[in-house]
Design a binder for this molecule. Structure first.
Ligand SMILES: C[S@@+](CC[C@H](N)C(=O)[O-])C[C@H]1O[C@@H](n2cnc3c(N)ncnc32)[C@H](O)[C@@H]1O
Length: 278
């Protein structure tokens, strides 16, 4: 749907448009959980064949933000999620290290309480010759009211459960360094960057219940919505790039987690579907 359309009770909805203006027409205090991975404002070549992928399968249109606008841009969307989040809710905000300071400043200025600063360690980075390889992301776990914030500590492992390497399984799972592999989706359509399903499922388990509403202002490939739906959560979000929006809708409507790029019949189906949506 277009971001101009009115939406009184928004749920299970992907809105095609700019999240900052779009969030203004949403009610206050109705979202249970935010999981998001905003644009980076680095010279990110979104349509290229590094990261072990074939560039023709990577969808065009990734919308980047100018570095000089990044602080204002960040403050605007962080204020937006603050307003629409319930007092009991939480937000998980992913960031590379380059522009982390703008996000840290915005979450403090807007009034969020930082609960944890999580490191997501993934399995590969871009090879370097003159510096260390970046192989982690930051994830800021924040909330509006730390007393009301909901957290389900034994959602993944029982109190008495032992980890295979010894010690308490729930303690190990709740350490703030998460070692989770990226997904490659070899041969399939993809966007240049996406959060792995395992990562989203971990957050959903600890910070939401079935039926809760999960919001992502920067949907990209739609991972947060798709994985929320698979885990019986409601979803809502924005994506500004045309092809990405269509890709998200296709994934949600077809119920396919991955969409093969080489299958001509499937491409014809996609074209039909896209013309119906568009
Ligand atoms: C880092 S990606 C998100 C990846 C996503 N978490 C996933 O797993 O696929 C950021 C996305 O935000 C979109 N975007 C950038 N500015 C936007 C805006 N103002 N409103 C909505 N979407 C925007 C970009 O087109 C891009 O798809």
């Amino acid at each position: 749907m277009s971001s101009d359309s009115p939406h009184a009770v928004p749920e299970d909805l992907v809105i095609h448009g700019d999240c900052i203006t779009g969030m203004r027409s949403l009610p206050s205090g109705f979202v249970d959980l935010v999981i998001t991975d905003p644009p980076f404002a680095i010279d990110f070549k979104a349509h290229r064949s590094n990261y072990n992928r074939t560039s023709s399968r990577v969808l065009d249109g990734y919308h980047e933000v100018d570095k000089s606008d990044y602080a204002d841009f960040t403050r605007n969307w962080v204020s937006g999620i603050w307003r629409i989040l319930k007092d009991t809710g939480s937000a998980y905000i992913f960031s590379g290290w380059n522009n982390l300071k703008d996000i840290l400043i915005a979450i403090d200025d807007v009034g969020f309480t930082t609960v944890n600063h999580i490191i997501w360690k993934y399995q590969f980075g871009v090879v370097t010759k003159r510096k260390y390889v970046t192989s982690h992301y930051h994830c800021l776990y924040v909330c509006k009211d730390d007393k009301l914030r909901r957290f389900y500590p034994f959602a993944r492992h029982g109190k008495q459960e032992r980890s295979p390497s010894g010690g308490s399984a729930h303690y190990k799972d709740k350490e703030d360094v998460w070692i989770i592999k990226r997904e490659y989706w070899t041969g399939d359509k993809k966007t240049p960057t996406k959060l792995p399903r395992e990562l989203i499922e971990k957050i959903l388990a600890y910070s939401s219940k079935e039926g809760d509403l999960v919001f992502d202002p920067f949907m990209g490939s739609g991972q947060v919505a798709v994985v929320s739906k698979m885990n019986n959560r409601r979803y809502l979000g924005f994506e500004i790039a045309d092809d990405y929006y269509r890709f998200i809708m296709h994934r949600l409507e077809s119920g396919r987690y991955r969409v093969e790029a080489d299958d001509q019949n499937r491409q014809d189906d996609d074209a039909k579907l896209f013309s119906q949506i568009g």
